[in-house]
Design a protein around this ligand. Structure first.
Ligand code: FES
Length: 110
């Protein structure tokens, strides 16, 4: 972990591990919780990995037009804001601030 400014950031993965316009599941070394890391263009985003509608990994879903579509029921969330955009999802997905430092992705998880 590094501590720039007042925010504690946790290392998630290398930026080049995340597929373009895609998603990957990451479990940081100091945690037992999975997160989803996304790449949209040259920007990276982080959300909880578990769908708010059921216990399913969103990292197994599809990224389309800035949204992540859940593989179980097809609900979706806006990757940038976490807003639920397609039913049956109604509850917002938690998002985390991301920084890229020297090709490594860090997220403010706390
Ligand atoms: S579990 Fe994700 S939409 Fe139902």
């Amino acid at each position: 972990m590094i501590e720039p400014k007042s925010t504690v950031l946790t290392r998630m993965c290398r930026a080049d591990e995340v597929p373009p316009e895609g998603v990957m599941q990451v479990t940081p070394g100091d945690r037992d919780t999975e997160y989803a890391i996304y790449r949209l263009g040259e920007e990276y985003f982080c959300t909880d990995d578990i769908c708010t509608h059921g216990l399913v990994s969103l990292a197994n879903g599809d990224v389309e037009n800035g949204q992540i579509f859940c593989p179980l029921h097809g609900g979706a969330f806006d990757i940038r804001t976490g807003a639920a955009t397609e039913l049956p999802c109604r509850v917002r997905l938690k998002t985390y601030k991301v920084e890229v430092v020297d090709g490594e992705i860090f997220a403010a998880l706390d």
